[in-house]
Design a protein around this ligand. Structure first.
Ligand SMILES: [Zn+2]
Length: 186
């Protein structure tokens, strides 16, 4: 399996003034680095970290796996700045655009490595992330709704980790992404 974590550089640096997302983003990166370091232990082919910046030169294109999660905001395609993408041996790709889900996947890998390697390699996580990982009832939790939360979904202002930040790639599907899609699927 291959894994690519794309994360918002600004959230990582604390520049998006969302302390919760900054904490979770840093933990996502910490977990992904740990998984990358020990990838051979659980036979992962590749673990790629890709930071996404809000500027015109960065269109949010994938680095290693050609799948991108997007939402429509104000009738424009907006690429999610933080997402985890996995690709299995069978070629199936899974995209996790919700940082809480991405964290659970990466933390699961870290746990698995810990068990196989027989050593505790879990990075120190923020209280915010510890709370996400302790929450077994994801999907029923208002704070981290699944995409099908439907009516009753909370106000976007109260969903710090699920509302994607706008980034340079908003607007019609960027040519660069279209090119990638074309190249890979022709
Ligand atoms: Zn951000």
């Amino acid at each position: 399996m291959r894994i690519e974590l794309r994360f918002c550089k600004h959230c990582f640096e604390g520049e998006h003034e969302n302390a919760h997302k900054t904490a979770v983003t840093r933990d996502l990166v910490a977990c992904a680095r740990t998984v990358k370091q020990y990838k051979d232990v659980i036979d992962l082919d590749d673990v790629h970290l890709r930071s996404i910046r809000e500027d015109e030169e960065d269109d949010g294109r994938p680095a290693a796996i050609p799948a991108v999660a997007a939402t429509i905001q104000n009738e424009q395609v907006t690429v999610s700045d933080t997402q985890l993408v996995t690709m299995g041996e069978n070629g199936y790709m899974l995209v996790y655009p919700n940082p809480a889900d991405a964290l659970k996947v990466l933390a699961g890998n870290v746990d698995e490595i810990s068990k196989v390697a027989g050593e505790d390699i879990v990075p120190e996580l923020s209280p915010e992330s510890a709370e996400i990982l302790a929450d077994k009832s994801a999907g029923e939790n208002d704070e981290y709704p699944t995409p099908d939360a439907g009516e009753g979904a909370p106000d976007p202002d109260e969903m710090p980790d699920t509302a994607p930040d706008k980034m340079g790639a908003s607007g019609p599907l960027p040519d660069a992404v279209s090119d990638i899609v074309d190249d890979k699927y022709k």
